[in-house]
Unconditional design. Structure first.
Length: 540
């Protein structure tokens, strides 16, 4: 039975946008109990098409043609009042970033209860009871504690589960999931995908799953739609689209997927390490320790030791909360370690301060996960790239020349100098972040989840760029990631962390194909689309 039907949908962008339409000539059907995956790069129109179904298009963006029928009724053009019983009631949506989608000032229980209140369902006590049941149903441990928590007190996976609980509150016929697993580690991602699949089966609801991860598509999709620049370029069953793609764009997306099979052993490096970490420790303490707040101590990093050699890339992998990012931030001294040593050129930067630390920091730079939040939104690119150089005594004219050279090095035009970060795509912003990290001619780059939020094709471009720059500039790199497929593509050795400790380390091929620990094996087992990857390898 067809629940949703979209015919000839055109969604116009505001005047002055880089193209006329966010989506053009969109046609597809969704059957009850079906999982339809919509795949494409950022800007392909996949999220805009979903937002049109919900009546949640951004200001200035509007449907100008076509039809959207749900359960036999035309819903395109319904007033806000007419959409209320449908939105959240019969069609619900999970958004990509739960921390921004959830109200930071409301407890979790109140936010779930608000769904029932908005639809006039249940009374106060019933709403709380139902909220507890939903939290339990989506697999949140200790629902009694979670219902009283604020969003920031939960992990990323738990926040996403709260979003799913809210979306399921009124037992919708259709669930729209917009990139719900993009920034999650592999084990949490696997849990969320299994949860959605189980709920689809138990409730018989249809799912529109928007993603750029073909591994996820291979694991859950019944049918697939591929979008490019606002148009559907290919559609069909999951097997047909994934294993026998017809359109060049689909083939390009599939070719860009990082694969575990690309990992291999490298010769052991014998020369002097460029960076030595010995017994690194970092503990965080939260709460007041008084009658009104219980102190919680988290040992984020416990006795971490390793060596990084010149020209080498070490991947640090693990789940959220494993301590991998804290290690990177302690090394670069964005956090002060509680113990241990960080030796660079024989000097212990873990205990430096002032001018001494400032001089050493030139050799050690960081690329951050989210280039939008790590770049000053009020500064033009010219300032972003030159302020470090000028601070270290480079004349302004020379700094400007170096900035233009850096932009060319990372594949951007010199005209980018006068633009602001918001005027670039996510991949372009990450290239600016890379250029900034290279400005002071460092010998070591720490990349913290530098490609986790990027489309597969842009991710592949950035990974290729980093590999090229590493060879050209003789860089060493610490690459922090939760994606073992990405680690296989770029790293020489891998360190696996769990609960603040290193549980396994070795060459890429050994760790990925013959792991020593159950924890590493669980990370590998949780990677989506492994059957699909094996099928691709056989086909090649």
């Amino acid at each position: 039975m067809t629940l949703l039907s979209i015919r000839d949908l055109d969604i116009a962008l505001p005047v002055g946008a880089d193209r006329l339409y966010a989506a053009k000539h969109i046609n597809f059907d969704l059957a009850a109990g079906e999982i339809l995956c919509i795949v494409g790069e950022s800007g392909s129109g996949k999220s805009m098409s979903a937002n049109a179904i919900m009546g949640l298009l951004p200001q200035g963006v509007k449907p100008v043609n076509g039809s959207i029928t749900f359960d036999g009724k035309e819903i395109l053009g319904l007033s806000e009042r007419e959409m209320l019983p449908l939105r959240g009631g019969r069609i619900s949506m999970i958004f990509q970033e739960p921390l921004s989608a959830l109200n930071p000032l409301m407890r979790v229980g109140a936010q779930i209860a608000e769904v029932f209140e908005a639809h006039g369902a249940l009374n106060g006590a019933e709403r709380r009871e139902r909220a507890l049941k939903l939290l339990d149903e989506v697999g949140i441990p200790d629902p009694d504690a979670a219902i009283r928590a604020y969003p920031f007190q939960l992990s990323g996976g738990q926040r996403q589960r709260v979003m799913i609980a809210m979306a399921l509150a009124l037992e919708p016929d259709i669930l729209i999931a917009d990139e719900p697993t993009t920034a999650l580690d592999v084990t949490t991602q696997a849990q969320i995908l299994k949860l959605i699949e189980d709920l689809r089966k138990s409730r018989g609801m249809a799912v529109i799953f928007i993603t750029h991860d073909f591994g996820v598509v291979a694991d859950i999709a019944d049918r697939v739609i591929v979008m490019q620049k606002g148009e559907i370029v290919e559609s069909g069953s999951a097997d047909d689209v994934l294993l026998k793609p017809q359109h060049p764009y689909t083939r390009a997306l599939i070719d860009a997927i990082p694969r575990l099979t690309r990992g291999g052993d490298v010769e052991e490096v014998k020369h002097t390490p460029i960076l030595t970490v010995e017994g690194l420790q970092k503990t965080f303490s939260t709460g007041s320790g008084t009658l009104f707040g219980k102190r919680r101590v988290v040992k984020a990093v416990q006795d971490v030791s390793f060596e990084l050699y010149a020209g080498e890339t070490i991947g640090i992998v693990g789940e959220s909360g494993s301590g991998k990012s804290t290690v990177g931030r302690c090394i670069v001294r964005l956090l002060d370690p509680d113990g241990g040593r960080v030796l660079m050129d024989g000097a212990d930067i873990a205990h430096m301060s002032g001018a001494e630390l400032r001089d050493q920091r030139r050799k050690l730079q960081m690329i951050f996960q989210d280039p939008f939040s790590s770049l000053n939104p009020r500064a033009r690119v010219s300032r972003i790239l030159t302020e470090g150089l000028i601070a270290f005594g480079t004349p302004k004219a020379d700094a400007q020349t170096k900035a233009r050279e850096l932009l060319e090095l990372v594949g951007l035009d010199a005209s980018a100098m006068m633009r602001f970060p918001h005027e670039f795509s996510g991949g372009q912003r990450q290239r600016i972040g890379i250029a900034r990290a290279l400005a002071l001619d460092p010998s070591i780059i720490i990349a913290d989840e530098a490609v986790s939020a990027l489309d597969v094709s842009i991710q592949a471009q950035v990974l290729d760029l980093l590999a090229e720059l590493k060879e050209r500039l003789h860089l060493s790199m610490l690459f922090i990631t939760h994606d073992l497929r990405v680690a296989a593509r770029i790293c020489d050795r891998i360190i696996v962390m769990q609960k603040g400790r290193i549980v396994e380390a070795g060459p890429v091929g050994k760790v990925l194909h013959d792991p020593d620990t159950d924890y590493t094996r669980s990370l590998l087992d949780a990677i989506p689309g492994q059957d699909y990857e094996r099928a691709l390898a056989e086909a090649e």
